[in-house]
Design a protein around this ligand. Structure first.
Ligand code: NAI
Length: 321
């Protein structure tokens, strides 16, 4: 087994040590990177270090710890930091993970802009803030991008890389390579767009799910089964475009056979739902029958979900791609 000292290829600063910051810290450490974890609330860093230790030990015991280093060696690569400048000094990559608030993030990036040298990558975990808003006016804008992970990032490897119009191609390339190195699955958006790619797809699915329930076509429980026992199984391995390719004699054959039918159905789609009122009540009640919305039941169900994702991630890793 490699020792942390010999494998440490450089430093990463994680700014914000909540849910997502902790996951990034684990991922970077799993690939042998030194990680400095900073938070405006020192208590958050202390708590993060305790919870990372617990989680990584548990993962090691169950055989799901990523990387070639043991839990103790990975933990020795992660340190808490109470000063932003110190956290960022010498880092090759800064991953920002503070709450999804434009003003807060802009303020932080203005601080980082002052500290940054001309080489470090400044990357935001934002789920929906546009790079043109986040990085406007920064001197180091060429070194900035959004690297949007999917919760929980330790088990769901996708990371959307979204450039500002002035982001340097080398910034995208370096971040792409770093994400691959830590075992994530990066995709490049060639330009920014509201919702990026993942949430645009997700919202399209949610909108039609909502309309089908609102119009009384299917119950909320059965609607979820359409995904979890139907489309979702396939989508864990192939995307919608490859699905088309495989479900006929290639893509052109699929368009030929099913194009008109798809257009006919798509034209019947309704307007954007309100996501409120009687339908919201109905869906809420149906969800609560399965998972009551108190903290304990929600946490138990999330833990079950993460356990399933962990096993699926391992299965995917073992199967030929
Ligand atoms: P969180 O609320 O769990 O953690 C945020 C942390 O940032 C807290 O520890 C807070 O003390 C710290 N913080 C606040 N202001 C700070 C500052 N100025 N400097 C340093 N630290 C500061 O939030 P979470 O869920 O980890 O989200 C972080 C980012 O990741 C957000 O942009 C979110 O949209 C994005 N994201 C979240 C996902 C999720 O499912 N939670 C999924 C994908 C992305």
């Amino acid at each position: 087994m490699a020792s942390p000292g010999s494998s440490a290829p450089g430093g990463v600063a994680v700014v914000g040590s909540g849910l997502i910051g902790r996951s990034w810290a684990m991922l970077f450490a799993s690939a042998g990177f030194r990680v400095k974890l900073f938070d405006i609330e020192p208590r958050q860093v202390t708590d993060a270090l305790v919870s990372l230790r617990k989680e990584m030990k548990m993962l090691e015991l169950s055989g799901y710890l990523k990387g070639e280093l043991g839990a103790e060696e990975q933990l020795s690569l992660i340190s808490g930091c109470s000063d932003l400048r110190e956290a960022v000094e010498g880092a090759l990559h800064v991953q920002e993970c503070v709450p999804e608030n434009l003003e807060l993030k802009r303020k932080l990036f203005a601080q980082l802009d002052k500290i940054a040298d001309d080489h470090v990558i400044l990357s935001s975990s934002s789920s929906c803030l546009l790079p043109s808003k986040l990085f406007a006016g920064l001197a180091h804008v060429k070194q900035c991008l959004v690297a949007h992970p999917v919760n929980p990032p330790y088990y769901v490897p996708l990371v959307e890389l979204v450039p500002h119009p002035e982001t340097a191609p080398a910034t995208m390339d370096r971040t792409y390579a770093l994400m691959r190195r830590v075992g994530q699955s990066p995709v490049r958006l060639l330009r920014e767009i509201d919702g990026f790619a993942l949430n645009r797809l997700q919202y399209a699915v949610i909108a039609e799910a909502w309309r089908l329930v609102e119009e009384g076509v299917v119950s909320p429980g059965d609607l979820d089964l359409v995904m979890s026992d139907g489309l979702g199984l396939r989508y864990a391995f192939i995307g919608p475009l490859e699905t088309m390719h495989l479900n006929a004699e290639g893509m052109l054959s699929y368009c030929d056979r099913y194009g008109e039918g798809m257009k006919r159905v798509l034209k019947t789609f309704g307007p954007v739902p309100e996501f409120s009122g009687a339908t919201a009540e109905k869906v809420h009640q149906a969800m609560c029958v399965k998972v009551p919305d108190d903290a304990e039941h929600l946490a138990a169900r999330r833990a079950w979900r993460d356990g399933c994702l962990m096993r699926l991630a391992q299965l995917k890793h073992q199967l030929p791609q």
